[in-house]
Design a protein around this ligand. Structure first.
Ligand code: SF4
Length: 476
């Protein structure tokens, strides 16, 4: 299959330019937070978090709440996995975990008592549906005991499921339990690719779950694909895309597989000889963008696509898209309270992360403490850069005037060095700059991380604490 190597307009809002991508691709953060998690320090603790909650309360608690619940268990190992998960078939481990998770929910619920309602809930993992239907019901009842939730038409309540372990009946049950958005991994429909990554997920199983989600009335169905897996090529990818487009999900994420076996042990089981070359990966990305945009999907940014009438695309058109640890969101400016092992909260002007091991997590809760082990208090410069990175990531443009109205700076002076670097990117065609706007071009959109990196003050600075698994993936 011939894929043009030069700039070809394939949709009005994104343009694939192979030569430019080859030139600009480098390692960089995904900016689900700014400062990025590798800048958190262990001098930040529970006291700092409590202070942040108090100042949110003192300021009138204007923002709604967003809850994240982490369920770390999985049945089977996918060889490409780079997540923080625990593979086990010992179901009693989940019982023990839920006991502690409920303790954490109670502590957080008391802290946020009488503050705003929850407008967003996300269950992630691992595999959230590792826990049984009854366990889920019990956990949600506990959450409702400690937090007030907005009604179904207002709230965005989402869960990641594993189609291999979820029956259509369970999908209906999840909807009845209050979830209204569902997402799951497909990765690739090709059987050989599935075997090579140890994730056998028959097509009927995926399509059955999708149909059940539609019948049950989920408002948005989202699926994940990965390009760059072993045994993938343009032909397998094209077939998978045809099946995906026929399945008609509301949203799609297409992730670039970053093979880093030195950092992620499961990836050592992948046969490197079967991995597609860098050039084939680029061609696959080009194909994905072409097929999806031709099928009517809008490029939201950073691997995400949505139908034009999906809330994500509507929010982007209206300039109210937001980015957080779960990716893009339609609910801006929420206080995010994340619970479970390794979960990261964003409250007031702080980020805080929970203990990363079950032992550490249980021990802290056993002592009646919140299991926070590290984090960061943002200063004014961090907040300013965070809003700039948010705007660029979500809207692909930045109003210089709006930044100057919100912060006591003259943009051209404060960001003189950054503007110089941006001029170089402008020369490469990634963006345009005038007196009032920085605007990302359609071919700059795929390289948005490169643009945001210009505003990242921490890049290249030494870290205060040694962080294991510190790495960034390639920007494309
Ligand atoms: S990719 Fe997802 S389902 Fe597979 S092992 Fe990792 S967390 Fe579990």
């Amino acid at each position: 299959m011939a894929v043009p190597a030069t700039a070809v307009p394939i949709s009005s809002n994104v343009q694939f330019d192979a030569a430019l991508i080859r030139k600009m691709s480098q390692q960089g953060p995904r900016y689900t937070s700014y400062p990025t998690a590798d800048r958190f320090t262990d001098s930040f603790g529970m006291g700092d978090y409590l202070q942040a909650v108090n100042s949110v309360r003192a300021m009138g608690a204007r923002n709604p709440l967003s809850l994240y619940l982490h369920i770390p268990f999985c049945d089977k190992l996918c060889y490409y996995c780079a997540c923080n998960k625990i593979i086990t078939k010992v179901r009693s481990k989940a019982d023990e975990y839920l006991t502690y998770l409920k303790r954490e929910i109670e502590i957080q619920g008391k802290l946020f008592a009488d503050m705003n309602t929850v407008e967003q809930l996300h269950f992630g993992g691992g595999t959230p549906t590792y826990i049984s239907d009854a366990q889920m019901g019990d956990l949600l009842a506990h959450l409702r005991k400690w937090f007030r939730f907005a009604t179904d038409d207002v709230g965005e309540y989402s869960i990641e499921i594993d189609p291999r372990t979820v029956s259509p009946e369970r999908v209906h049950s999840l909807r009845a339990q209050g979830f209204n958005r569902i997402s799951f991994g497909v990765q690739d429909f090709d059987e050989d690719v599935q075997k090579a990554v140890n994730r056998i997920q028959p097509e009927e199983c995926t399509l059955g779950v999708m149909q059940a989600a539609r019948d049950a009335g989920f408002r948005s169905i989202s699926i994940d694909l990965i390009y760059g897996l072993p045994k993938q090529n343009l032909i397998t990818m094209d077939k998978t895309l045809s099946k995906v487009i026929a399945a008609n999900p509301d949203r799609l994420s297409i992730y670039n597989y970053a093979h880093m076996p030195a950092l992620f042990k499961p990836q050592r089981r992948i046969n490197e000889d079967e991995l597609p070359s860098g050039e084939t990966k680029l061609d696959m990305l080009s194909l994905c963008i072409r097929r999806l945009t031709e099928a009517g999907y809008v490029y939201i940014g950073m691997d995400h696509f949505a139908k034009p009438n999906d809330e994500l695309a509507i929010a982007q058109r209206q300039g109210r898209l937001h980015r957080n640890f779960q990716g893009y969101s339609t609910h801006a400016e929420a206080e995010m309270v994340a619970m479970g092992v390794s979960a990261i909260s964003s409250v007031g002007s702080t980020y805080s992360q929970n203990e990363k091991t079950l032992e550490g997590y249980y021990e802290r809760l056993e002592q009646g403490e919140l299991p926070i082990c590290r984090g960061i208090k943002m200063n004014v410069d961090d907040l300013l850069r965070r809003i700039i990175i948010q705007m660029l990531m979500c809207n692909f443009e930045l109003s210089i005037k709006s930044v100057e109205l919100a912060y006591p700076i003259t943009f051209a002076n404060y960001f003189a060095t950054e503007l110089e670097k941006l001029r170089a990117l402008e020369a490469d065609g990634l963006l345009t700059i005038d007196q009032e706007w920085i605007t990302v071009t359609p071919k700059g959109r795929l390289l948005i991380r490169n643009i945001c990196m210009v505003f990242d003050r921490y890049l290249g600075m030494p870290r205060e604490v040694k962080v294991e698994r510190m790495h960034y993936s390639k920007t494309i």
